[in-house]
Unconditional design. Structure first.
Length: 301
């Protein structure tokens, strides 16, 4: 007796709708071999490296760190490395309370393991670094591939098109030069430095002005007024990272008190004006967001 079967394309489409429902995908992966293969790929497309939950209510079955679990999974099923298109470190600060020392150790464990795993993630497109409310220095990030003298910057090895940084401090502006395929930058509550990144290391110096610049198409900026101006002036003048092909940019300001608010508003409008001076014939969308309120002459605006 012939048993009717659904077309493979329809099964893939159905499972694709569940890509954001991890629990259901895990359940589906146990249904049959075909489901297992497809669900594994979907489960690994976006992979988050989070701190170990040391609370009494934790349901963790082992004390392995997130990088260790990823390393074990790729050792067992090497083909899954090609499925990872988005790698996320930690969670945005709006999603948690200030971290304990153990929770912050996620970057420590990543620095020991990720340099050896990065080279396997050949399809990685989105790289997102998140820190706690207190912030993490750029120096603590796992951002290099290989070990010892063979190290190179992750952006020079992997096809990263989206870079997201939240609550990261002292980011060298020259670091952005090491992502030749970069198209989108998201920055939230970060700070910068003009100190070059290892001038003697490959990728550590500004690219020559006669080389093809990195064409950024989307900017999402939620940073303080002076820092916003610093970044906008840099990307407007840089010979290596160009904003002249921008299609979208969004700038948000978070205001706490009057003095801070006025500086932030000033930076917000000056920053957007700096970008607009580039001409931006490709621009399709602009979004300016004010989070909070400013009191002016007795009125809230």
């Amino acid at each position: 007796m012939n048993i009717p079967k659904l077309p493979v394309e329809l099964l893939d489409l159905t499972l694709g709708f569940l890509c954001n429902d991890k629990a259901t995908l895990v359940s589906c992966s146990l249904a049959c071999r075909r489901f297992r293969s497809r669900c594994q790929i979907l489960l690994f497309e976006s992979y988050r490296l989070s701190p170990i939950d040391s609370s009494p209510n934790s349901r963790s079955l082992d004390d392995l760190s997130s990088p260790q679990r990823l390393a074990r999974a790729l050792d067992t099923s090497p083909h899954l490395a090609r499925s990872i298109k988005r790698l996320v470190f930690g969670r945005p600060s709006s999603h948690f309370t200030p971290r304990t020392g153990r929770e912050k150790s996620v970057y420590d464990s990543c620095r020991r393991i990720l340099p050896q795993l990065y080279s396997e993630l050949v399809n990685l497109e989105r790289l997102e670094y998140n820190a706690s409310h207190s912030g993490s220095s750029w120096l603590s990030l796992p951002k290099q591939v290989g070990l010892g003298k063979e190290q190179t910057w992750v952006g020079e090895v992997l096809p990263v098109t989206h870079l997201s940084l939240r609550d990261i401090t002292e980011i060298p502006l020259s670091w952005f030069h090491t992502f030749p395929k970069l198209q989108e930058i998201t920055l939230q509550e970060v700070s910068f430095t003009n100190i070059p990144i290892d001038g003697g290391r490959k990728g550590g110096k500004e690219r020559k002005s006669d080389g093809a610049p990195i064409l950024v198409k989307r900017l999402n900026l939620a940073i303080g007024g002076e820092l916003l101006m610093q970044f906008c002036k840099w990307i407007s003048a840089s010979a290596s990272v160009s904003a002249k092909s921008l299609e979208e940019f969004a700038i948000a300001g978070h205001f706490v008190d009057r003095q801070t608010s006025l500086r932030s508003i000033n930076g917000l409008y000056k920053g957007s004006a700096t970008l607009m001076k580039l001409g931006l014939s490709t621009l399709k969308r602009v979004e300016l967001t004010v989070v909070g309120a400013v009191e002016s002459n007795g009125y809230l605006v």
